[in-house]
Every structure is written in structure tokens, then in C-alpha cells.
Design a protein around this ligand. Structure first.
Ligand code: NAD
Ligand code: ZN
Length: 347
């Protein structure tokens, strides 16, 4: 897998224009959903006069094989050959699914990602994991393949709903916590509305690229990116089945990072003042998730299922200190339950 080529720009039209001029594609298609068509496509529309616009309905529920069939069908009807280019203009759903469709169409055509959510800019568009959900399992079908280019422009965040911005912020926090202690105070000393998004995008991309380069196919080191995600995923899935309580990925991961900081104290001895800093900051930004005693057993069952580990022990990625993570730390059911309870007791 080739490394990610990422540019961060304040002038997406210029960067994309240059790229299109330097290459001669036999055809261009741009994949959007109804929101990115409305808010993001106008930024680059004038470069894409002859492009086929493929619009799919937004949302994770559509990141599936039926939507892929539609994308492949429209590429086929447009007589796309292997010299064609697919531009994925959208959040992680568009990037993951558009990339997967491009990487498999006629055994692979060129594609570029123009991520338009914070989550996609700082996380999903980097690292080459592409795919779709299948039969109730997230990201169950997919491939590793990198886009020809990732072009990130903070301008897209201007139209992003605040809830989505906050969700992406969880991954920014995670990147500092797992590998850059020096960057952490610059995050933690500012409230949400005063965060420096262009700097965070730059920083997160640097960290994620470094980690992925050391372990492209997740044999080891890359697992540290799962900090906050073991309990976070369980919370995300659990609340999916609770109408009215739908959580965004980052909201669940934020809670997961607090809980997994408690586990980091128990298992790896991260200092108590660092745990308090993490807890206080995350709670100041994200609403506390209403978890009650009756939720604990099903939540823990879900995280065990998620990792397909029947012995009741799960391996976590935890922090030794702020800025230093380690992986494959076994945690028992009881320890998980204690971490969940401690989160529940935060005032
Ligand atoms: N491949 C990876 O390594 C990786 C990593 C993390 C997450 N992901 C995947 O990413 C997906 C989540 O991504 P997401 O959070 O970007 O969600 P998303 O793609 O669903 O976008 C969130 C919402 O924002 C809208 N939107 C996007 N850009 C906008 C803009 N600029 N202005 C207004 N609205 C806009 C979208 O239409 C959508 O309704 C999940 O499927 C997850 O599995 C992949
Ligand atoms: Zn995540």
C-alpha cells in the first residue's frame, strides 16, 4: 500500500484544478450525498463541468452493497474505463464507500478524497481502510487501498453541523492523548468554540500518518488508534438500539476515552492528575451519556462480541501517560464494569 498523499489547503479549487490539469483522465465522476452536493460541491463545481455527479442518500445506513451497486451502475452507464477518476466529496461514509467502489471497479480506478467533515479530515480519509457495512456488521467488507490524493480544506467545516464537528473533535483529542503530550495543553486549555481547527487537522493527519506508516495493515502499533474505541464502540452499538438516544461515533468514543483512562490508571499507572485532566476536559465538551446499572452487562457483552473473544477478556489500547499509548492490555469484565461505574458517578 502506498503512503497517503495529503494536502491541506485554504484553496481547494486551486489545488484540485492543478491536479486535474496535471493528469488526463478519460472521465471524471464526483460522489456526493444531498448535503455535500448542496454545501460542498459549489466550492469546486466550476472545475467539473463535464463530470458525472453521483448523488447517494446521506448516512451510515446507506454505506452498503445496494449503494455500491448504484455507484458501479452509474460508472458503467457513463462508460467509465480504467483511466477514469472518482472524486469522493463528503464525510467518512462517502470516502469509505466511494474508495471501495473505485478500488474494485474494473479492478481499480484512480480516486481522490476531498473530506468535508472534521472526522473524515482528521481520521477516515487517512490510512487506506475502505469498505462498507454488511449484514449488520460495520466495515465488514472492504479493502486496503490509498487514494491518489487527499485534499483537505477547513472551509468545508463552515457548513458542518456543530454536533458533527464535536464528534470529529474526539479523534483530534485521541491523537494527542495517544502520541503527543506536547500538543495536549493547546487542546485542553481552550473551550470547544475556541479550538484551532486548521492546526488540529494538520496535527491529526501527521500523527495518523506516522502510526499507519509503522503498521499499514494493523498487525500491532496501529492498534493504539483504538484508544477509547473498545468501550466507545460498545456504547455506540448499544445506543443504536435505543430510540431517541442515537449517538454519533465521536460522542461514544469521548465517553470511551474517559473510561479507558480509568483502566489506564488501574493497569498501567497513568498518574491520577492526568486522568482528571482528561475526564474534566472531555466532560466540559461532550454531554455525559446516560448509562445506568441495567446497561452494564449488555454493554460489556457487546464489547466482548465485538472483539470475538469468548473468554471474557478483551485486549485494550491504553495510556501509560498522556502522549504514550500501548496495546494488547488484557482487561476483565469486572474491571470494565468498574470503569463504567466510575464514569456513571461523574457529577
Ligand atoms: N476508513 C477509516 O479509517 C475510518 C475511520 C473513522 C471513521 N470511518 C467511517 O467514517 C464514517 C463516519 O464519517 P463522518 O462522521 O464523516 O460521517 P458522514 O459521512 O455520515 O457525514 C456526517 C454528516 O455530515 C454531512 N456533511 C458532510 N460534510 C458536510 C459539510 N461540509 N457541510 C454540511 N454537512 C456535511 C453528511 O451529509 C452527513 O449527513 C463511518 O462510516 C466510519 O466507519 C472510517
Ligand atoms: Zn473513531
Amino acid at each position: 500500500m502506498s503512503p497517503d498523499r495529503v494536502v491541506i489547503t485554504n484553496d481547494i479549487r486551486h489545488i484540485l484544478g492543478q491536479y486535474l490539469q496535471e493528469h488526463s483522465f478519460s472521465g471524471i465522476a464526483v460522489l456526493v450525498d444531498e448535503n455535500t452536493r448542496q454545501h460542498c460541491l459549489p466550492h469546486i463545481n466550476e472545475l467539473l463541468e463535464n463530470a458525472v455527479v453521483i448523488e447517494i442518500p446521506s448516512g451510515e445506513v446507506n454505506k452498503n452493497l445496494d449503494t455500491c451497486k448504484l455507484i458501479w451502475q452509474l460508472l458503467t452507464e457513463a462508460c467509465f474505463d480504467r483511466q477514469g477518476l472518482l472524486i469522493n466529496l463528503g464525510g467518512g461514509v462517502i470516502g469509505d464507500m466511494g474508495g471501495f467502489c473505485a478500488a474494485t471497479f474494473k479492478r481499480g480506478i484512480s480516486f481522490i478524497n476531498i473530506p468535508t467533515t472534521l472526522l473524515a479530515q482528521v481520521d477516515a480519509s487517512i490510512g487506506g481502510k475502505l469498505g462498507i457495512d454488511f449484514s449488520g456488521y460495520k466495515n465488514h467488507i472492504g479493502v486496503f487501498s490509498t487514494p491518489d490524493h487527499v485534499m483537505s480544506d477547513p472551509v468545508f467545516l463552515d457548513t458542518l453541523p456543530e454536533k458533527e464537528l464535536r464528534s470529529g473533535f474526539a479523534e483530534v483529542i485521541k491523537h494527542a492523548l495517544i502520541s503527543d503530550a506536547e500538543y495536549w495543553p493547546g487542546i485542553a486549555q481552550h473551550e470547544f468554540s475556541a479550538q484551532d481547527w486548521p492546526s488540529h487537522i494538520q496535527h491529526s493527519i501527521k500523527i495518523k500518518k506516522q502510526i499507519v506508516a509503522g503498521d499499514p495493515t494493523e498487525k500491532g502499533l496501529r492498534k493504539i488508534l483504538n484508544f477509547g474505541h473498545t468501550l466507545g464502540h460498545a456504547i455506540e452499538s448499544y445506543f443504536l438500539t435505543h430510540p431517541g438516544n442515537h449517538l454519533l461515533h465521536g460522542e461514544a468514543v469521548a465517553a470511551g476515552m474517559i473510561m479507558e483512562s480509568y483502566l489506564s490508571a488501574d493497569k498501567l499507572g497513568i498518574p491520577g492528575n492526568e486522568v482528571s485532566e482528561i475526564e474534566n476536559f472531555i466532560i466540559s465538551v461532550f454531554d455525559k451519556i446516560p448509562i445506568s446499572e441495567k446497561d452494564l452487562e449488555p454493554l460489556i457483552d457487546l464489547s466482548i462480541q465485538d472483539k470475538k473473544n469468548e473468554k471474557g477478556i478483551i485486549n485494550f489500547s491504553l495510556l501509560k501517560r498522556i502522549g504514550q499509548a500501548t496495546y494488547n492490555i488484557p482487561v476483565s469484565r469486572l474491571e470494565m464494569k468498574e470503569a463504567l461505574r466510575r464514569y456513571m458517578s461523574i457529577r
